[in-house]
Design a binder for this molecule. Structure first.
Ligand code: BGC
Length: 271
């Protein structure tokens, strides 16, 4: 039995944004396998979200799908209200929903700048605020966890690596990093832990073009000292750990799960 299968989250209630595909789907499955009830949030593609819920149930877990655009305050509030009504509270928030709308700076529209900031950064703010209000209302339930709540922000290696042609995305992730640390500092005395995971290149629909063909994958691997493209489960396992009391003394941390992408791979020779 791997660590992700131990019921370290038994009885806890988790909400994963953008959980109908990619990294979010793997996280939702892993949290459920670790004993949590999981809200599979989605914005579009209801079919995929409901299929995820069925998959989790078929594996013996508990889940429900809730639609909400994380950048809309009213929809976020309604989603949390629905979850709390159904399951009593929320113990774990995984801020995962994110998108890319790439263009060189001079061609980037204000709409594409704004949409990426709205989903990737403001969405994490709105969901965190709603979760924290509930954590503070409920307080610590010792049978469930040592703390009143846990937030895991899914960031990116591009919270430290500048990325030409992706100024909106890199800026949003830089913002996530500082938002996460500020929330962690503010909320630690109230026994709320806030951390981030910064994935490197992971095989998901967001970056298919970067690894789909052998040529593209060979180019990508030059940027990854571990010489493999990551899998969504690499991120899911780290998320379960950060959500559990096993990481009880960890707050305000960013875990780079990137095969070494942030290690300046260009310097593996020379310099
Ligand atoms: C991006 C991917 C990219 C990876 C590494 C992620 O945050 O969403 O498209 O492959 O960073 O550059």
């Amino acid at each position: 039995m791997s660590d992700t299968q131990k019921p370290v989250l038994k009885g806890q209630r988790a909400l994963v944004t953008g959980a109908s595909s990619g990294i979010g789907a793997a996280i939702a499955k892993a949290l459920a396998a670790a004993g949590a009830k999981v809200v599979v949030n989605y914005a579009g593609g209801a079919d995929r979200a409901h299929a995820m819920v069925e998959k989790i149930r078929a594996a013996g877990g508990e889940a429900m799908a809730i639609r909400a655009d994380v950048s809309r305050e009213d929809e976020v509030e309604a989603m949390f209200a629905e979850m709390i009504e159904a399951w009593g509270s929320v113990d774990i928030l995984v801020n995962n929903a994110g998108l890319q709308k790439d263009a060189p700076l001079v061609e980037m529209s204000l709409a594409d700048w704004q949409r990426v900031i709205d989903i990737n950064l403001t969405g994490q703010f709105l969901c965190s605020r709603a979760a924290v209000r509930e954590f503070l209302r409920r307080g610590v339930v010792p049978e469930l966890s040592h703390v009143a709540g846990k937030i895991i922000c899914i960031s990116s290696v591009h919270d430290v690596i500048p990325w030409a042609g992706h100024v909106n995305y890199a800026t949003s992730k830089g913002g996530v990093s500082m938002m996460m640390k500020t929330m962690a500092q503010e909320l630690a005395p109230q026994r709320i832990r806030v951390n981030a995971i910064s994935p490197g290149a992971i095989k998901t629909p967001i970056n298919t073009a970067a690894w789909m063909t052998p040529e593209a994958e060979a180019e990508l691997l030059k940027l990854i000292p571990a010489r493999r493209v990551g899998e969504p489960d690499d991120i899911a396992r780290a998320t379960v750990w950060l959500a559990s009391d096993d990481s009880d003394y960890v707050t305000g941390a960013t875990l780079y799960v990137d095969g070494g992408m942030t290690l300046y791979p260009g310097f593996d020779q020379g310099g």
